[in-house]
Write a protein that binds this ligand. Structure first.
Ligand SMILES: [Zn+2]
Length: 471
């Protein structure tokens, strides 16, 4: 489960999720972290100029210049004087050290400090979402049984939320932090007719100051599947074309027959669950490896398994039309306490934490799912206990490890600090030889991901059938 991050050790620097290695270690002076200026800020894409005659260093990033003087607590930000708690210093090794928080914030970076791992966490302005998306064109295309809408954009990759509305039936995509600049747009909105089996019209508008809304007037109740081709600058919104001839197998096969080991059927999400946001928490990461297992001379880390499973889970859910957000997509350190806060801030509807297990002895084995029924769950369409049951049933059926049951556990931060229903999935025990053989097998991570995806979608679809609206 969750081995906590070890405290102590030197201060480390993390920039956009990646550790930055300095040729000289950061130092703490009067509670402020000073870093060697070149190592960090040049890695961040800033320009660093040192003027030895004046003992002055200038750090420039986009259109901001921060100038510091060695030994002085006064800095200049674009020529404006500001005071700091500690001055820049020249330290052994003849390198200039500057106060990281002051300078990074002045340059528009987000700065955070993780006391557990003693890490200064910097997110550059692009990474922290300050850049906006501009919608430049909307066009219809399609092939292979898919009705495709192409949204051409510039700037940041679109940050989308989707919604379904009834009477009349509509599928809505909101692009946040975005503006729309189309040739034919009048008074902030416009529309284009469509002639297909799924929708009769696309409407688009600058819905709020920073939200572009795209509305599909539906003939057929469907959830559009969103994919972004960031290299091309295109957001695709795909609907199944019900007028296209059925493709062989897959979609038309009854569920009972479809669960061949490598191809568990993952149903499409009910269109009424379009607004549900699932947060995927790949357990551990970065400096926190989770549990370790050595086999055949190789050491495996739980964090890597969790990430591989989570990336596949994310893909399966998106392909089914479920909105997702991954708390980490790389080998990144993320404090345990930070995870529920991120999910709450996103307004997520469901939280799934992906883990694998280990024990002191080789005896314990099997799959297990933790949940915690909070009072706040009543506001959501799925309960955590029912979801835990559904996920465990799928895991047992598809992977076949021992049944350790579902367990109510109010002590875990990701269960008790999240507002939304949350579960922690523990696939199997690396410390048990039989489990380990399965877990190191070729299809374990994929079966794990498919099982969880299927359980989530079936749970959402049951909620839709029971007349639960969106959140
Ligand atoms: Zn774990």
């Amino acid at each position: 489960m969750s081995a906590s991050v070890a405290a102590g050790g030197d201060v480390t620097l993390q920039l956009d999720g990646v550790q930055v290695f300095c040729d000289a270690a950061p130092v703490i002076v009067e509670g402020r972290t000073l870093v060697p200026v070149r190592a960090l800020f040049e890695a961040a894409g800033a320009t660093v100029d040192w003027d030895g005659a004046q003992n002055r260093v200038c750090v420039s990033y986009s259109d901001i210049d921060v100038t510091l003087f060695v030994g002085k607590k006064t800095a200049q930000v674009n020529g404006r004087e500001e005071s700091m708690d500690v001055p820049a210093e020249i330290l052994p090794g003849n390198r200039t050290f500057i106060p990281v928080r002051f300078v990074a914030q002045a340059l528009g970076f987000l700065v955070d400090w993780d006391p557990d791992s003693r890490t200064v966490i910097l997110d550059s302005p692009e990474e922290s979402g300050i850049e906006t998306t501009t919608v430049e064109a909307i066009a219809l295309s399609g092939a292979d049984g898919v009705i495709r809408t192409e949204i051409t954009y510039t700037g940041a990759e679109p940050d989308c939320r989707t919604f379904a509305y009834e009477a009349p039936d509509r599928f809505v995509v909101d692009i946040r932090g975005a503006s729309i600049q189309l040739a034919d747009i009048e008074g902030g909105s416009g529309s284009m007719p469509a002639d297909n089996a799924v929708f009769s019209k696309i409407r688009y508008s600058q819905f709020e100051a920073d939200i572009v809304r795209i509305v599909f007037d539906l003939n057929d109740r469907q959830t559009g599947v969103l994919t972004t081709a960031s290299a091309e600058g295109i957001l695709y919104i795909d609907f199944d074309d019900p007028s296209a001839p059925d493709e062989p197998a897959e979609e038309t096969q009854p569920e009972e027959e479809a669960s061949s080991e490598s191809n568990i059927l993952i149903p499409s999400a009910d269109w009424r669950m379009t607004d549900q946001l699932v947060v995927i928490d790949a357990g551990h990461g970065g400096k926190d490896p989770g549990c370790l297992v050595s086999s055949g001379g190789t050491t495996y880390y739980e964090k890597d398994f969790n990430l591989e499973i989570s990336l596949a889970l994310d893909r399966y859910l998106r392909e089914a039309g479920v909105q997702t957000h991954m708390l980490r997509t790389t080998d990144q350190t993320l404090a345990l306490q930070e995870r529920p806060v991120l999910a709450n801030d996103l307004g997520a509807d469901l939280y799934v934490s992906v883990h694998n297990n280990s024990a002191e002895t080789s005896v314990p084995n099997g799959s297990q799912v933790f949940y915690y029924e909070k009072a706040s769950e009543a506001d959501y369409v799925i309960g955590s206990k029912a979801l835990a049951r559904s996920i465990l049933d799928e895991l047992l059926q598809q992977i076949g490890l021992a049944d350790r049951g579902i367990v109510s556990q109010g002590m875990y931060a990701v269960l008790n600090k999240t507002c939304m229903p949350a579960v922690i999935v523990e696939g199997g025990f690396f410390s048990n030889p039989q489990d380990r053989a399965v877990m190191l097998g070729d299809d374990y991570t994929d079966l794990y991901a498919r099982s969880v995806a299927r359980a989530i979608i079936l749970s959402l679809n049951r909620a839709a059938e029971n007349g639960q609206g969106g959140s």
